[in-house]
Design a protein around this ligand. Structure first.
Ligand code: BTN
Length: 254
């Protein structure tokens, strides 16, 4: 049942709908967007029965974690929309870092996975609707944060926030994320990704280190030099500096 609640703790302009259960909050938010919901409408579910991650993966969604999707109507060009996922990764990292304090290190793994002491704690699923003329209709920003639980069987190490900050709450992390996201999103709308880049780099995982990237079927090894003013990854390889706009990044044993 839909339970519209006051958006206490959220930045001005946000509105929040909380569902006990959803298939995927991204689908619920897309429905809201199509019926005219405005920017910063948030749809949260206490649990999801069909939570999805990037690359067709399942996102395990038992009660106790944060699952939410935000309607956005960016004024920037369609080609820039993917940059929102880096902004969300940065904002999630800031929210988790603020919550755990010095108990663990929160970092963002390009482009948008959030790690806590090297294990994944949060992720971003961005889905955009482009209009026939190539402009952006709406964007759905889905975010999941493992707070009380993390899945046991993942192809990568996973963790949850309460493992380091037992008092962490869903509403506390939600408010921290929305505050940070509102700030960086406004910077991006006004000035573009260059205004976000330094903030992102401060939280970057393995910056300056040797890493592997799987942009497709192949694997590339190189030194992670950072990201450019469009959010693309810069990798110094044996063939020179290469620029990537998509891919899965992995560490090398240190
Ligand atoms: C990832 O693979 O890292 C992205 C995970 C995104 C999960 C969130 S939970 C809320 C929203 N609804 C979904 O079905 N997925 C996103």
């Amino acid at each position: 049942m839909a339970d519209p609640v006051g958006a206490g703790g959220l930045p001005p302009g946000f509105s929040l709908i909380v569902l006990d259960e959803a298939g995927s909050t991204n689908d619920e938010a897309a429905r809201l967007a199509l019926s005219g919901a405005g920017e910063f409408t948030l749809c949260q579910a206490r649990r999801q029965t069909g939570g999805r991650g990037r690359q067709g993966r399942v996102w395990s969604s038992p009660e106790g974690n944060l699952y939410q999707s935000m309607v956005l109507r960016p004024r920037r060009r369609a080609a820039e929309v993917a940059q929102i996922s880096l902004i969300a990764g940065l904002a999630l990292t800031e929210a988790v870092a603020q919550t755990v304090g010095t108990a663990a290190a929160a970092t963002v793994k390009w482009p948008n996975d959030v790690l806590l002491n090297e294990a994944k704690v949060a992720g971003v699923l961005l889905e955009a609707s482009l209009l026939p003329d190539g402009t952006v209709g709406h964007v759905i920003l889905g975010t999941g944060v493992n707070i009380a639980h993390h899945p046991a069987e993942t192809p990568y190490p996973a963790t949850h926030v309460q493992a380091y900050a037992p008092a962490a709450t869903v509403t506390g992390i939600q408010a921290a994320f929305c505050g940070s996201f509102a700030f960086w999103y406004s910077e991006w709308q006004e000035q573009g990704f260059a205004a976000v880049r330094q903030g992102w780099l401060k939280r970057a995982w393995r910056l300056g280190e040797l890493v592997r990237l799987r942009p497709g079927q192949e694997t590339v090894t190189g030194r992670f030099l950072g990201i450019d003013d469009e959010g693309a990854m810069l990798l110094e390889t044996a063939d020179g500096v290469q620029r990537y706009t998509a891919g899965d990044m992995f560490g090398l044993p240190v």
